[in-house]
Design a protein around this ligand. Structure first.
Ligand SMILES: NC(=O)c1ccc[n+]([C@@H]2O[C@H](COP(=O)([O-])OP(=O)(O)OC[C@H]3O[C@@H](n4cnc5c(N)ncnc54)[C@H](O)[C@@H]3O)[C@@H](O)[C@H]2O)c1
Length: 440
């Protein structure tokens, strides 16, 4: 099949590359010429494990090409995926300007029957909006269908998720269009659900909101654990053995960031309100999440006293491991609070440092965790990259001015860290520093 993919971000590029890998001819389109150039040279503009290799193979075998010309790509293909960004506006509602612009270009270029597949995360009713825009812009009355095909990939494992999705949701009001998209995905041999447009649009928001709810739920339990001397890691583990609850997304910590959960929950709140329903349940997910970075910095302050003149080392800046994405990353808020209070910040992240440097040039970026720890009064784990699991903590402790460890992701064993001579704080973990001899 000949496919155009508008938008070459995390969703669009991975989708395009995977469809090419399945043997389709794919035209990847972006309005950013730098991204298009990089892709045509075999360099992915984003970091995703396995993506460069797949991209290069499909370029070499001439199944994939990138361009800035969406109109030409529309004329050349029967199926056009819209994978452009839908960032939040100031009110928290998704900004649909990129979707609208792509739809208008597709409409103007319509030269025969096309299926326009919306993969961007968009509010309920956007499928109809895209249909109206195309109708308004098409020069001749060519037939077309709009399909909603929400994306569930996770950054950091986007290629693997796209090759092996849990489920494929295809929302279409016309069965003919739905069957064409079923055909496209058939080689993956994964469960497919065919729904109407509105259902597919709700499935995406309901799924992300539920996952965010699990995270905020366990963080609310973590707060109670801290007050009562209970341990949230054991609590979550015991809860998770119940198959109706499950272990996934029950890790207490700094909460969620990234380009999806915060924006999608906000958008869902707006949608629920727009339809005259009570959004309180969904609003609380954000209230709990928003409080996490401030609360974490407060724990550091409680330990160190004034933060002014103190040096804090941060391990991990990306919003989660295996990505260079820093959108809504907890690190950004934490750095903001630390700088506001006069602390000196040193940081290390395996891939996300250049992006943070563009926002915070005034902090020190280090070559590894050990360099970050040098002369620090506290070390704070922000993103649980795998390489932070097996650090030489004796070396870290010796490098620090004071051995204070703030584990924002509950990655480490508190007993072990205390035995190694650290004051250890984990989110919602029993604060047993009774044999603490590190207080200066
Ligand atoms: N990132 C994720 O993990 C993820 C997962 C599931 C769903 N989503 C959703 O998918 C959508 C895209 O997310 P992303 O993270 O890939 O975004 P992104 O910001 O990484 O990429 C979007 C790309 O679209 C390009 N673009 C904008 N207007 C265009 C146009 N008219 N024609 C061609 N290209 C255009 C931009 O230049 C950019 O490269 C969003 O709605 C997002 O919510 C994202």
């Amino acid at each position: 099949m000949k496919i155009a993919v508008a938008g070459t971000g995390y969703v669009g590029l991975v989708t395009g590359v995977v469809f090419a890998e399945l043997g389709n001819e794919v035209i990847c389109v972006d309005i950013d010429p730098a991204k298009v150039d990089a892709i045509n040279k075999g360099q992915s503009p984003i970091y995703e494990p396995g993506l460069d290799e797949l991209l290069q193979r499909n370029l070499e075998e001439e199944r994939l090409i990138a361009t800035t010309d969406l109109a030409q790509a529309t004329r050349d293909c029967e199926v056009i995926f819209i994978c452009v960004g839908t960032p939040p506006t100031e009110t928290g509602e998704p900004d649909l300007k990129y979707v609208d612009a792509a739809a208008a270009t597709i409409g103007r270029a319509l030269n025969g029957y096309k299926i326009i597949v919306n993969k961007s995360t968009v509010p309920i009713g956007t499928g109809d909006r895209v249909r109206r825009i195309i109708e308004q812009h098409r020069a001749e009355p060519h037939d077309f269908d709009v399909v909603s095909n929400p994306e569930f990939l996770r950054e950091g494992s986007a290629v693997a998720d796209t090759l092996n999705p849990d489920r494929i949701v295809i929302g279409a009001d016309n069965p003919r269009a739905a069957m064409k998209i079923v055909e496209l995905y058939a080689p993956l041999e994964r469960p497919m659900l065919i729904t109407n447009l509105a259902t597919a649009e709700i499935i995406k928001y309901a799924s992300n909101t539920f996952l965010a709810l699990k995270i905020s739920f366990i963080n609310a339990i973590a707060d109670l654990c801290e007050r009562t001397g209970a341990d949230v890691v054991q609590t979550a583990k015991a809860m998770g053995y119940d198959p109706r609850i499950g272990q996934a997304f029950l890790q207490a910590g700094l909460g969620f960031g990234g380009s999806c959960f915060p924006k999608d929950v906000q958008a869902f709140v707006h949608t629920v309100q727009r339809y005259g329903l009570d959004p309180t349940l969904f609003e609380q997910i954000l209230v709990i999440n928003d409080a996490r970075p401030k609360q974490f910095v407060a724990r550091i302050r409680e330990r160190l006293g004034e933060l002014s003149g103190r040096t804090i080392a941060l391990l991990g800046l990306a919003f989660k491991p295996n990505t260079d994405d820093i959108r809504e990353a907890r690190s950004l808020e934490i750095i903001r609070f630390l700088l506001q209070e006069g602390a000196t910040v040193r940081a290390y992240d395996p891939v996300a440092m250049p992006r943070v440097q563009a926002i915070y040039p005034q902090i020190t970026y280090c070559r590894n965790a050990y360099e970050a720890a040098e002369n620090a009064d506290a070390l704070a784990l922000i993103t649980e990259w795998n390489e932070f699991r097996q650090l030489n903590f004796e070396r870290i402790r010796n490098a620090m001015r004071q051995p204070n460890l703030f584990d924002g992701r509950n990655l480490y064993d508190p007993q072990r860290m205390r035995k190694l001579g650290f004051y250890y704080y984990g989110v919602g973990r029993a604060a047993d520093n009774s044999d603490d001899k590190t207080m200066l």
